[in-house]
Each structure stands twice: as structure tokens, then as C-alpha cells.
Write a protein that binds this ligand. Structure first.
Ligand code: ZN
Length: 264
């Protein structure tokens, strides 16, 4: 699930290790009537934005779009082969989002293959997938265009564009390519940059701030615990199975969430 190391920068080190220096904003400062949270994998939305979701769900039209099916977290489990694992992970997301106040009908699963979200290359060829990459990208792009045209979000939470995980970067690219112009406000959340061994650079044109989630931190903690396939030994028959470390979990259980936003 993890990609290789990227270059670290003093700026990234400073913000991830001493985030208390970052400006702290309230939910009222970022509220919008229609909000979309995009998750590359089933759990990213809760880890990166669970606090924002808990505060926004009851006071706006909030939807969640999960890009992949999550089947690569335990690829060798016999107890949970791909179809069962997909169903399990989708049910965990619905339960966690429901706990935070999001109706099941407001959670949509695009169902792309975990680990293979297509990405447009420099020459216009898509990378990823096991069929013709360009076809996969174009089909996914149209699906996202249709979804966004219907949802019409005014604020979108996206995975950080330079996250070490390629599915996160590809999800960012896919949604951005599908958005109409002028695009709505987008804020980006880091996941794997919290791991110092994988942390990448943060360009100077990116603003970094914190959202105060103190009031809903217990709810976020409880919602994350519902992803039992990712935080417990629920699936114990795959030696290569993924499990979020307690160290990483603590990063997401602070009384604030970090967001990146392009300076315009
Ligand atoms: Zn992810």
C-alpha cells in the first residue's frame, strides 16, 4: 500500500512535527451549503476529515465519494476474498459515516480497483489498471463528471495532491479533471505524509491550516474504530494484511485536522 520515499523539506517537517503553529480555523469559517468529501480508500475520509464531517453533516448537504473498492488491504485473505472484502469495507464506511450523521444514500462508491486508480501521464496516456489505461481513465472521468454535475458541491475535501500513496494522487487528479470551471473551493487532507518516512515536500503556493475539531473528537475516534478491518485483527489470515499502526492513528486523533489549500 505504501510508495517510496519522497524528498523531505524543512517546511513539511516543521508543519507535521509542530502543527500547533499553524492557524486554527472554525467550521463556520469554511462552511458551504453543498459539501463533498472524496476518499481514495474506504477510511481515508474518516481519518483525514472525520471531524469536519461530524460538524458539517447536520448543517449542510454533505456527500462522500469513495474512489476505490479497498480490496488491496488484505489481498491474500481466504476468509475475505476480494468481493467479501469490498462488501465489508463499504459497510464499514457506511456505518462510520452514519455514526457521524451522513445518510447511507449520501455515500457513493465508485468501485475502481484498489491500487490502480488511473492517472493521466505526460503524453496523455493513463497509468494504472489492467485494461487499456486510457479507457479506464476516460470511463472513470465521465463517471466523476456525472456525479459532480448532480452533486454540485461548493466545497470539496480531496486527498492531498502529493500524498505518497499513488491512489491518493490519482484520485486528486481524477476529480480535478472532472470538475467544471471555475472549480469550487477545494481543500486537501494529508494521510501518508503523516508518516515521517514517506513525507513529501509542500510547495510554497500551498497554504496550510488547521480546523478545530475539539468538540467532535470523541465522535471521530468512535467512527474510526468502526473500521475494524483496518484497526483490529478482524482479518487475521493474511500475513501481508494491512493494519493502521497506533502511532499513525494518533496522528488523526488530534483536536484539529490539517488541511492544504492552494493560494489563489
Ligand atoms: Zn488511502
Amino acid at each position: 500500500m505504501r510508495s517510496g520515499k519522497m524528498n523531505r523539506t524543512p517546511r513539511a517537517e516543521q508543519w507535521f512535527e509542530c502543527p500547533e503553529h499553524l492557524p486554527l480555523r472554525t467550521i463556520e469559517q469554511i462552511w458551504a451549503a453543498r459539501v463533498l468529501v472524496v476518499a481514495p480508500h474506504p477510511d481515508d475520509e474518516c481519518l483525514g476529515c472525520g471531524g469536519a464531517i461530524a460538524m458539517l453533516a447536520g448543517c449542510c448537504d454533505l456527500r462522500v465519494l469513495v474512489i476505490t473498492n479497498g480490496t488491496m488491504s488484505h489481498p491474500n485473505s481466504r476468509q475475505f476474498p476480494a468481493a467479501a472484502l469490498r462488501a465489508l469495507r463499504e459497510s464499514e464506511t457506511r456505518a462510520a459515516m452514519n455514526y457521524l450523521g451522513v445518510e447511507p444514500a449520501a455515500v457513493h462508491f465508485l468501485g475502481l480497483q484498489d491500487g490502480a486508480v488511473p492517472m493521466k501521464g505526460i503524453e496523455g496516456d493513463a497509468i494504472g489498471g489492467d485494461a487499456t489505461g486510457g479507457d479506464i481513465f476516460d470511463i472513470a472521468l465521465q463517471q466523476c463528471r456525472d456525479y459532480l454535475a448532480e452533486a454540485q458541491p461548493q466545497l470539496i475535501f480531496l486527498p492531498w495532491r502529493a500524498d505518497p500513496h499513488p491512489d491518493h494522487r490519482a484520485s486528486w487528479q481524477l476529480i480535478n479533471a472532472a470538475l467544471p470551471q471555475p472549480a469550487p473551493r477545494r481543500v486537501e487532507y494529508p494521510i501518508w505524509d503523516w508518516d515521517a518516512a514517506q513525507r513529501g515536500s509542500i510547495p510554497s503556493h500551498i497554504d496550510v491550516w488547521r480546523l478545530n475539531i475539539q468538540a467532535v473528537l470523541p465522535q471521530k475516534r468512535a467512527a474510526i474504530s468502526l473500521y475494524r478491518s483496518q484497526v483490529s485483527d478482524l482479518i487475521d489470515d493474511d500475513p501481508d494484511g494491512f493494519r493502521l499502526s497506533s502511532e499513525m492513528l494518533e496522528r488523526f486523533l488530534q483536536p484539529w485536522e490539517i488541511y492544504f489549500e492552494e493560494i489563489t
